[in-house]
Design a protein. Structure first.
Lengths: 416, 117
């Protein structure tokens, strides 16, 4: 088996992997290799042809492919090495990366540091249990996005969408523009999982009804889908008898959440966060295995690629500091949440310096505060009109505040 | 005076806006966290616009992403889509190449969003 050595190996060539590589290069590292299993760099953005990317990062509104191209150009300008059509099949705690491609077969790389940037995938059909057997005509929204935007094929003409995540909303508009009739978007929860702007421009613009607290209870059709039965649900998300209605359709799209793709991470026995489904990391995005970093959607699901790039630059820069022996591994502060705040990234702090913490809430809260405490002392309290599960929030903790919290647990809560 | 509630779509923050209208003139806007929200509300109440993103066929049978270079009047969106679905682009394309000039009479070009060939 072929063996190689690299200072920095990056797994995944999406926006996270590319931004990590560029940041590492700009910090002075030259021995970098990006491994990507797809035929080209760019990740999932290659199929996200709508606009709205890059407002934070580039100050202009780009489509997904244009955003990805900006980073691809930066990778190529710097002559950063990358291999496409190359699948990583394992990593271990000694930072050995096992990968395969046509040219090298199965090969090993001894890496000085690793950045994990494998992205996420959609919750598949098997995760749902509705009555009925039809299979043709049921797709995840992301699969439909790939069909329409990359292969130029329409999956159907009459569509119902289950789940109001952003990809489902974007596909409601996309299929409508291509001549399909989107009859309804059903959302199990009493609030939408997508961004307000997408509800506005993808549903309201085309008078597509958003049915909150509704789910699909039955699918009809022998081979190809012919209709779905939907029903309203109660506070415990159980269908309410008597509220069923049947909607004829040939296509059901599922847009019910994304799951970080962490088989490799788990395989290496890296400590995971049960809420994010990603690794537990410090502010450098370093996992509990020294020299192994994670960023982007593999760490926690982001709604905005701009934040993915920002986080990846942190991880890429930190990987270089690790290679130079400049990082700290000992946990000084643990971060904890009250359940209303579902999770924070990072989950621990190893250096006292200004730290930006990303978090998500578990429900919609209006006119509440995010409060950060160390013991009884309030370190930070910030009021907001609205917190929603669909939108990632941030707070920046100054070094002074963190100094007071050393050795303690920082508690994040939503309060009146 | 009339009030109209809007969701700003300019950036992902999605501010809830309230525009106060005198006839069809916007006299004030509240709820916007930045000046772009005010401009959006004024446009949305008088002549709403949208950027159209889609794909065009290429000569070799694949598709490439495209968009209107700037937003077009909202009522022209389907007319622009119709023109996009009627053209075939070449096999060698660069980001920013024009595929349709003056799409559906809007004065706005449709341009390519990915490199090919
Ligand atoms: C279907 C879908 C649609 C989305 N639409 C939007 C949107 O409209 N707007 C938005 O802001 N965000 C959207 N997102 C979120 C989007 O994923 C992020 O904004 C961003 O693309 C995440 O970047 P990433 O690099 O972390 O992941 P990705 O873009 O997913 O990139 C991960 C890369 O890693 C590669 N990879 C994975 N495993 C391996 C392996 N074992 N070996 C080698 N390579 C591997 C993958 O092939 C992929 O190229 C969408 C996500 C999905 C799944
Ligand atoms: S008002 Fe400004 S901050 Fe609010 S959504 Fe519009 S552009 Fe974004």
């Amino acid at each position: 088996m072929e063996k190689m050595k690299k200072n920095l190996v990056i797994v995944g060539g999406g926006p996270a992997g590319m931004a990590a590589a560029v940041a590492a290069y700009d910090k002075g590292e030259r021995d970098i290799l990006i491994l990507e299993r797809d035929t080209a760099l760019g990740g999932i953005l290659r199929q996200c042809i709508h606009n709205g990317f890059g407002l934070h990062r580039f100050g202009e509104e780009l489509t997904g492919p244009e955003y990805a191209y900006r980073y691809e150009a930066m990778v190529k300008e710097r002559n950063i090495e990358f291999m496409t059509d190359t699948m990583v099949i394992g990593i271990d705690r000694e930072r050995t990366v096992t990968a395969m491609n046509k040219e090298h077969g199965i090969f090993r790389i001894e890496a000085g540091a690793i950045v994990l940037a494998m992205g996420c995938r959609e919750r598949p059909k098997g995760a749902f249990n509705f009555a009925g057997t039809a299979t043709a005509g049921i797709y995840t929204a992301g699969t439909a996005q790939k069909f329409v935007n990359m292969m130029g094929m329409m999956p159907g003409k009459e569509v119902v969408i289950l789940g109001s995540g952003d990809i489902g909303l974007i596909m409601a508009r996309r299929m409508t523009l291509e001549g399909a009739k989107v009859k309804a978007v059903c959302e199990l929860m009493p609030y939408s999982g997508g961004l307000a702007r997408n509800i506005e421009q993808c549903l309201h613009d085309f008078d597509i009804p958003l049915l909150l607290s509704h789910t699909v209870v039955e699918i009809h059709g022998k081979d190809r889908l012919t209709a779905v039965t939907i029903a309203e649900v109660d506070g415990s998300r159980r269908p309410i008898p008597g509220t069923e209605q049947t909607i004829p359709c040939d296509t059901l799209l599922l847009s019910c959440g994304l799951i970080p793709e962490n088989e490799l991470t788990r395989g290496a026995g890296i400590e995971m966060d049960r809420v994010t489904n990603g690794a537990k990391v410090n502010a450098d995005r370093e996992t509990d295995v020294p020299g192994v970093f994670a960023c982007g959607n593999v760490l926690h699901v982001h709604d905005l690629v701009d934040y993915v790039s920002e986080e990846a630059a942190i991880a890429g820069g930190a990987a270089v500091r690790f290679l130079r022996g400049e990082t700290e591994a000992n946990t000084l502060i643990e971060l904890a949440t009250d359940g209303k705040v579902r999770y924070t990234v990072p989950e621990r702090i190893t250096e006292i310096k200004e730290t930006k913490v990303f978090f998500r809430v578990g429900d919609v809260f209006r006119d509440k505060k995010i409060v950060v405490r160390a013991g009884d002392e309030v370190l930070l309290s910030k009021k907001k009109q609205k917190f929603a599960p669909g939108e990632m929030e941030t707070v920046t903790l100054p070094a002074d505040a963190l100094r007071k919290a050393e050795g303690k647990t920082l508690r994040f809560s939503i309060e009146d | 005076m009339k009030e109209r509630n809007l969701t700003c779509i300019v950036c992902p923050r999605g501010c809830s806006l309230t525009a106060v209208l005198d006839g069809d003139k916007v006299v004030s806007v509240v709820g916007n966290a930045c000046p772009r929200g005010k401009i959006y509300a004024e446009k949305e109440c008088t002549h709403p616009e949208r950027t159209v993103t889609s794909t065009v066929k290429t000569a070799d049978g694949s598709v490439v992403p495209c968009k209107t270079r700037t937003p077009v009047p909202k009522e022209k969106v389907f007319d622009v889509m119709k023109e996009i679905n009627e053209v075939t682009a070449g096999n060698v394309l660069r980001i920013g190449d024009t595929v349709i000039e003056n799409a559906a009479g809007t004065g706005v070009d449709v341009v390519i969003c990915a490199n090919k060939g």
